[in-house]
Design a protein around this ligand. Structure first.
Ligand SMILES: *Cc1c(COP(=O)(O)O)cnc(C)c1O
Length: 406
């Protein structure tokens, strides 16, 4: 089928041509109809400055530098803009802004929605660096926050005060894989004029589209699945055109949080294969996690893709699938066992982050466990290797750990 090409210019990216209803097509074709010289792959606009012959157009572009007329790369760049349009279309939002990393997206969006005296409700298993931003930085500027469990919606609603201006979700969270009922939270928040945000890094817009569930601001680290090759760091804010315009003129410009053009170019290359990669890691991690769940060494496996996942009904209601990331609580909580297991792995490497071709494992502490008797976890990321090789690797590493630390 011949893909129909959307008109270029300033149409709203999220409301793209209906022939791009499927992500596989959209990722290859949206905004790519006429690259210079007939280039099939878009050129990288590595120019910091964009000049004008017409003073009126120059001044108009300068007034609204987030639009498609570039002026200066830190405010907006054609390569970055192309990928922003794709991200907005994927997420089903009016517009998007790409940032230097995931934390830049989270920090930019929070700063843009808070003021002195504001209160934030968030989840106790939220990404630890986001919690540090709230605790160590935003609190110094007079922002208060409350952490709740979040699996029961009441815990979130009960924490709301008259000063609450943001409810910040992370569903699933990335160590304990806990879900929040997104629709229930957003319908409550809308009645009270509270802004809802979500860190959607685990799911990507292919497996969960929070804007459709009523979330105002969708945040992602593109360092994970979206980039997909463990060779870039980036972030994305997907929301209304009005919010993006305000942030682009405000926090993005004032703090310099925009993504670099070459990073956007790499991100676009990674995005093209996102649906293929996600299908592989979903099937692989489901196979590996099901195997691990049967092993006596695993006290519990936290994986949204398992049939035994405690919030299975909510998972089926708001997500379209699971991904390559999960964690397990080893029965043997001894540091010696954990160290022996991780160091014995041959295919999995010990490392942070996830979302690329390589499988990774790392130790972590359940952030909701008591400080004086912490529960140790091992987080597993299944990459693009063959699942049977991953299972053999875990199997031999468990044997080594059991032998050395019975
Ligand atoms: C990695 C990650 C972030 C931060 O993204 P960076 O690109 O590393 O800054 C935020 N939230 C979640 C859930 C993440 O996994």
């Amino acid at each position: 089928m011949e893909p129909r090409v959307p008109p270029s210019g300033s149409e709203q990216p999220g409301h793209c041509c209906p022939s791009f209803a499927q992500a596989e097509t959209l990722l290859q074709h949206l905004g790519e109809e006429d690259h210079p010289m007939g280039a099939l792959v878009p050129p990288l606009f590595q120019s910091a400055i964009y000049t004008y012959k017409d003073l009126d157009r120059f001044e108009a572009a300068n007034e609204a530098p987030y639009l498609d007329d570039p002026v200066y790369s830190p405010w907006g760049n054609p390569t970055v803009r192309l990928v922003e349009r794709k991200m907005a279309a994927l997420d089903g939002t009016e517009d998007a802004k790409l940032t230097g990393d995931g934390m830049a997206a989270i920090g930019t969006a929070l700063l843009a929605s808070l003021e002195r005296g504001s209160h934030v409700v968030t989840i106790d298993s939220t990404y630890s660096t986001t919690l540090r931003l709230l605790r160590e930085t935003l609190e110094r500027y007079g922002v208060r926050f409350t952490c709740v469990d979040g699996r029961e919606t009441e815990t979130i609603l009960d924490a709301v005060t008259p000063d609450t201006s943001v409810i910040y979700l992370e569903s699933p969270s990335s160590l304990l894989f806990r879900l929040q009922d997104i629709r229930a939270v957003t319908s409550y928040a809308k009645q009270r004029g509270i802004t809802t945000m979500i860190d959607n890094t685990y799911s990507t817009p292919l497996l969960q589209r929070p804007a459709e569930l009523g979330v105002d601001v969708v945040l992602q680290s593109t360092s994970k699945y979206l980039g997909g090759h463990s060779d870039l760091n980036g972030g994305a804010i997907c929301t209304t055109r009005e919010r993006i315009a305000r942030m682009a003129h405000g926090e993005v410009k004032l703090f310099g949080t925009i993504m670099a053009p070459f990073v956007a170019w790499l991100l676009l290359r990674g995005l093209r294969t996102l649906p293929l990669r996600l299908r592989h890691v979903e099937a692989s991690a489901n196979q590996v996690a099901s195997w691990l769940e049967q092993r006596p060494e695993a006290e519990v496996v936290h994986h949204v893709g398992l049939r035994s996942f405690p919030q299975r009904k909510l998972f089926l209601a708001q997500m379209r699938g699971s991904t390559g990331l999960f964690s397990f609580v080893p029965k043997n909580q001894d540091r010696g066992w954990i160290k022996a297991f991780l160091e014995a792995l041959r295919i999995f490497r010990i490392g942070v982050s996830w979302g690329g071709p390589f499988s990774l494992a790392m130790p972590a502490v359940d952030p909701t466990s008591p400080k004086d008797s912490p529960v140790h976890l091992i987080r597993i990321y299944c990459g693009l290797e063959h699942p049977e090789d991953l299972i053999s690797d875990l199997d031999q590493a468990l044997a080594v750990a059991n032998r050395n630390h019975p």
